[in-house]
Design a protein around this ligand. Structure first.
Ligand SMILES: O=C(O)CCC(=O)C(=O)O
Ligand SMILES: [Mn+2]
Length: 377
């Protein structure tokens, strides 16, 4: 049956009846020995183009001191953009202070994958094997050469980590009984960014951290599992660059392609909150160096104690550097419930029905999926 569906999908694609999003996804994912697709149609927010408009921020909602505490420049200095045809979409071009992205990278590699947070490796490894991914991978990463043939360390096999209300990939739901405290530093950063975009009172309740390598992609999806869609979705990117596709409410609307570089933040709110999107491609950073220069900047020595940003030791940064030379990390932060809202009461039968046999959409072999295999392949 699955084979027949795949064959039918392939036939449709051959006939040119593949949906417009899928067609562009495949265009940008394509690569061969001579290189990859033509990237001239990809919007680069650092070089304003036709569709790009500047976006107003709520400068007075975030004090310079709070921005500073989160490792961000004063909001009055941020460069924020919108896109024609996508109300509620805000792109903020790297607003991080020099050296401060390093903190978030280290947290994503060293701290956040730790228990009680949940990661893809937990799905097929014993609990004691995934206790200390950083410790188990340090040596391997430190001595790593540039050969692609070397086996990947555990850290390099990490595809996703969930925080707060842990997203259940089977039921596509969050639930009250699978919650662990959301990291306070990341909640603080998220609150400042949301407030600057006009969402004062945003509560960071769930996070999905995505870990990509040059051969990874993230399938076409909509983030609709949160119960309160009036709150924005925040997305932070670090390391190598990627192409992000932002589509419409339906898959037959052709998406807009844009680059996301290290430090860039994207906010999907209002009309844009429930749009289809995907990451077809991870690319070397545009400077062509091992790491983009914004990550080479060291942490200022006079950073105040009240900051949530901790100094990242040279030893830890060396491991992060090795990892990031071929990788991209993305953190997406969500508010799940409206203030005062609780999860609907579900019977056990409903919960069992929702937990389909198709377990995990993230895959080890490169493509990270949010959709059923036969619709996205
Ligand atoms: O990696 C990205 O830029 C997008 C991640 C995403 O869409 C998600 O986690 O829902
Ligand atoms: Mn998403």
């Amino acid at each position: 049956m699955a084979k027949m569906a795949a064959a039918a999908a392939a036939a449709l694609a051959r006939e040119g009846r593949e949906d417009a999003f899928r067609r562009l996804f495949r265009f940008y994912r394509w690569r061969d020995l001579r290189g990859g697709p033509d990237l001239r149609g990809v919007i680069d927010f650092s070089a304003a183009g036709d569709q790009v408009v500047s976006s107003d921020l709520s400068i007075s909602s975030v004090s310079d001191q709070d921005a500073y505490r989160a490792g961000l420049r004063p909001v009055s200095q941020w460069k924020a953009y919108g896109l024609d045809g996508y109300p509620g979409f805000i792109f903020i071009s790297n607003p991080f202070l020099p050296g401060c992205q390093r903190h978030w990278v280290k947290q994503c590699l060293k701290l956040y994958p730790q228990k009680p947070n949940v990661c893809n490796l937990d799905m097929h490894m014993a609990a004691e094997e995934t206790i200390d991914l950083w410790g188990q991978s340090q040596e391997h990463l430190r001595s790593k050469g540039s050969s692609k043939r070397e086996p990947r360390s555990l850290l390099e096999k990490l595809r996703w980590v969930t925080l707060g209300y842990h997203y259940n990939w089977d039921t596509k739901k969050y639930s009250a009984d699978h919650y662990t405290p959301f990291p306070s530093d990341l909640a603080f950063l998220s609150e400042q960014v949301a407030a600057a975009c006009g969402f004062q009172g945003f509560q960071a309740e769930a996070g999905i951290l995505n870990y990509y390598h040059f051969d990874s992609s993230l399938g076409i999806h909509v983030d609709e599992s949160e119960l309160d869609h009036s709150q924005p979705l925040l997305s932070f990117s670090f390391g190598q660059s990627s192409i992000f596709l932002l589509g419409g409410l339906k898959r037959d609307e052709a998406p807009t392609a844009m680059f996301m570089h290290s430090g860039d933040i994207m906010v999907m709110s209002g009309f844009s909150r429930l749009l289809y999107h995907a990451v077809p491609r991870v690319l070397p950073n545009p400077e062509g160096t091992a790491l983009p220069s914004c990550l080479e900047q060291a942490f200022p020595s006079d950073f105040p104690d009240c900051s949530v940003i901790e100094h990242c030791s040279e030893e830890d940064w060396q491991i992060c550097t090795k990892y990031l030379q071929t990788s991209r990390i993305n953190m997406t932060i969500r508010q799940v419930l409206a203030v005062g809202q609780s999860f609907p009461d579900e019977s056990r039968r409903e919960r069992e029905r929702d937990a389909t046999s198709e377990s995990c959409y993230h895959q080890e072999d490169g493509e990270v999926k949010r959709h059923k295999l036969n619709t996205d392949n």
